[in-house]
Design a protein around this ligand. Structure first.
Ligand code: ADP
Ligand code: GLC
Length: 471
């Protein structure tokens, strides 16, 4: 079976969050299960792009509305990723240093989708499955079915994976002229709430729709940022498949980004050494419990709650706990974390920015990883934390609910709370400190978490079974 994944991100080529991790890992494991998995993403000017060699496998031009763009499809030469990687290079649109956040993102991702479809249209054989990820690739299932120039691709099964339904990529009908010609009677399939909505269009047109955890799918029926009725209507073709983690990248015993590697037998010494380094670097006291946060500093992650959680905990429990935050995002959250850093004299530090090696050190060197998410379709951080012997503290929502059991319950290995609110989190901070001082219990909780197998094996097989069900 040949699967083509189409995405905006793929680790280590271009990553903003978990989408990149998933698209960089799932195809590798599908390959191991005997499928041919290929990935195509835009050719942003990332470090990976600049430091690798590519062959041009397709050259063409395309109209985006009234503008003509040349594009190349490049294939990474060494095949080092465990799957075939293709990059779509569109100078003037996709040759940006970053992935998102440009004023013409609608045009950029539309052009990407058109270029990918034009390219596949030229293939001698056709892929068995076209697997789209999130709204950036959401118009593809529609165009496969109704785009005049893609009739050859009409019967290719398409899958949409929703990594996050909060982001839908809507744009106005005034931009309809940018979309390649299609049967206009089908325009309604593009519409949701009076706008062209790529995520909604994909939910309507893809043969199957998956979410990145079963719990998130259940939530979407009643809470999907306006798409609830649509998801409920399409319920019959939906399935929740829990993300896995790439155990070749996320393994404390071989992780080259750690000062000291460790495994389940050496976890105490290993974490102590990594914690020591981390605390020295950030001016924290390594004898105290260290609670960290890693992620996008946005409301969905509950990041706006952090300043108050941190100042209140340090005020009520002076000298009893440390906090460390790594992230970037909304300017007011970044600002207020930096303000908090200045007002509390000890016990807290923050690194604003994106830093992959530092994230690995934090997973390894922290005692607890806090995730007060309001929305969390799967969440990978808690899975990485577990593998590194770090106890996750999570709000009971989406994939967090599916993957973390409170240590107060049988065989538990984490801390759960119900509300994304300061009071609930502060209460959990107290529970974390108590657990930290009960060293035997902490050790048992830690080992319990480290033993869980979250590798991709079974989830990759579930995807293959789903593809087979479309035959
Ligand atoms: P989301 O995709 O919603 O941001 P996930 O939990 O699925 O959340 O994945 C987040 C991924 O991005 C993880 O690999 C995490 O370590 C990484 N990450 C997030 N913020 C940063 C940062 N500032 N520096 C380094 N890695 C980060
Ligand atoms: C999204 C979600 C996150 C999930 C990731 C990978 O970014 O916000 O919860 O883990 O996609 O599927």
């Amino acid at each position: 079976m040949e699967i083509l994944h189409i995405s905006a991100e793929c680790y280590p080529v271009a990553k903003v969050g978990g989408l990149g991790d998933v698209v960089g890992a799932l195809p590798k494991y599908q390959h191991q299960l005997g499928s041919i998995a290929k990935v195509v993403i835009p050719a942003y000017r990332t470090k990976y792009f600049e430091t690798h060699e590519f062959d041009v496998v397709h050259q063409a031009g395309m109209w985006l509305g009234h503008d003509w763009y040349h594009f190349n499809v490049l294939k990474e030469r060494s095949n080092e990723l465990g799957f075939d990687l293709y990059l779509v290079d569109i100078p003037g649109l996709l040759d940006t240093p970053g992935v998102y956040g440009y004023p013409n993102d609608t045009e950029r991702f539309l052009a990407f989708q058109i270029a990918v479809l034009d390219w596949i249209n030229e293939w001698q054989h056709l892929p068995d499955v076209i697997h789209c990820h999130d709204h950036h690739t959401g118009l593809i299932p529609f165009l496969l079915s109704y785009g005049y120039k893609y009739t050859r691709l009409k019967e290719v099964p398409s899958v949409l994976t929703i990594h996050n339904a909060q982001y839908q990529g809507q744009f106005g009908w005034d931009k309809l002229y940018l979309i390649p010609s299609f049967d206009l009677w089908k325009s309604g399939l593009l519409d949701w709430g009076g706008a062209i909505n790529p995520l909604a269009a994909a939910i309507k047109c893809a043969w199957r729709v998956t979410t990145v955890s079963p719990g998130y799918l259940e939530e979407l029926f009643s809470n999907a940022n306006g798409l609830e009725s649509l998801i409920s209507h399409e319920r019959g073709k939906t399935i929740g498949i829990l993300n896995g983690i790439d155990t070749l990248v996320w393994d404390p015993s071989i992780d080259t980004m750690l000062p000291l590697n460790y495994d389940i037998d050496t976890v105490n010494e290993g974490k102590q050494e990594n914690k020591q380094r981390l605390c020295e670097r950030f001016g924290l006291d390594s004898s105290l419990p260290l609670i960290s946060f890693i992620g996008r500093l946005v409301g969905d992650k509950g990041a706006d709650l952090l300043p108050e959680i941190i100042s209140r905990s340090l005020h009520e429990l002076p000298g009893e706990v440390n906090f460390l935050v790594l992230g970037s995002g909304e300017p007011h959250v970044e600002w207020s974390l930096q303000q908090t850093r200045q007002t509390v004299s000890y016990g807290f530090n923050v690194h604003i920015g994106y830093n992959e090696p530092l994230s690995h050190l934090i997973y390894a060197g922290s005692d607890f990883l806090l995730m007060p998410s309001r929305v969390e379709p799967c969440g990978l951080n808690q899975l990485y934390a577990l593998r590194y012997g770090t106890v996750p503290m999570v709000r009971s929502t989406g994939g967090l609910k599916d993957t973390v059991v409170d240590f107060g319950d049988k065989n538990g290995f984490g801390i759960r709370f119900n509300q994304a609110g300061v009071w609930d989190v502060c209460y959990s901070v107290k529970r974390a400190i108590e657990l930290y001082h009960d060293t035997t219990h902490l050790q048992a909780v830690r080992l319990q978490g480290m033993r869980i197998d979250h590798s991709w094996g079974s989830s990759a097989q579930q995807y293959l079974d789903m593809y087979n069900s479309m035959k």
